[in-house]
Ligand binder design. Structure first.
Ligand SMILES: Nc1ncnc2c1ncn2[C@@H]1O[C@H](COP(=O)(O)OP(=O)(O)OP(=O)(O)O)[C@@H](O)[C@H]1O
Length: 231
């Protein structure tokens, strides 16, 4: 059973305590919205769970997948991580070739996918279609608007199936129709056994449990630990 458990996480950045005693539990089929004021530590939490920041103390345990945890996760951060001179097709093709991880096991129950039996061209088209970019498949990303660049970044989630989505303000810059389409995508991911941990300032349009980091932004010694449990 897919499960993410974070216990007693303390993180310092620039010599300052940013997260203090954060604990959370999320299982497969669940989504958690991480909320809080600017600077509360939402991005820091996602980056720490992704293994990009070493915590001062605390534990992060992902169970229910084979192989190293980072290969089971997608982090879509503020930076879109797309290659501007490449077309939409070439960007998605690059992700499939570099990020595909058949060694994480059959977490979604799709044995063909887990065995790597996928058609790359079909995967690219389907991913771009899901984010409304199929008509721009051969257009270089540098000609895309900011919202289109964000949608291309999100296409990675469809093109390369990974069970844990760490999303940093995923709907920033998206219009209403794109937000609704992405909400449908997140709902499908969760219904298929996946997990979402999303930092956000706005409702995601799916069922979530909430972890509010506001109290962690200026921790005092007697502050209650921030704990969220997904039921
Ligand atoms: N690279 C860094 N070096 C030092 N301090 C940092 C760094 N990045 C962030 N911080 C500090 O860590 C704290 C938390 O930042 P973080 O980006 O995690 O907040 P956030 O809740 O995601 O904010 P926002 O809602 O504005 O995106 C802030 O006080 C910030 O100044």
């Amino acid at each position: 059973m897919l499960s993410l458990e974070v216990d007693g996480l303390d993180v310092e950045r620039g010599g300052r305590r940013v997260l203090k005693d954060i604990s959370l539990r999320v299982a497969g089929c669940q989504a958690m919205a991480v909320v809080g004021a600017n600077g509360a530590g939402k991005s820091t939490l996602l980056r720490t769970v992704a293994g990009l920041i070493r915590p001062r103390s605390g534990t992060i345990r992902l169970s229910g997948v084979d192989g190293p945890p980072f290969r089971a996760m997608h982090l879509v951060a503020h930076q879109n991580a797309i290659k501007l001179p490449l077309t939409a097709d070439q960007n998605v093709r690059f992700w499939i070739r570099t990020l595909d991880a058949p060694d994480i096991g059959d977490w979604s129950g799709n044995a063909a996918e887990a065995a790597g039996a996928v058609d790359i061209d079909a995967s690219i088209e389907s991913a771009l279609d899901r984010v409304g970019l199929l008509t721009l498949i051969d257009t270089p990303a540098q000609l895309f608007s900011q919202g289109q660049r964000r949608r291309l970044a999100l296409a990675r989630l469809v093109a390369v199936r990974r069970p844990v989505w760490l999303l940093d303000e995923p709907t920033a810059g998206l219009d209403a129709a794109s937000r609704a389409a992405f909400a449908a995508l997140m709902a499908e991911h969760v219904a298929g056994g996946g997990m979402i941990l999303a930092a956000t300032h706005e409702p995601l349009g799916i069922d979530t449990v909430t972890l509010d980091l506001t109290s962690a932004a200026a921790p005092s010694e007697d502050a209650a630990p921030a704990v969220a449990e997904a039921e």
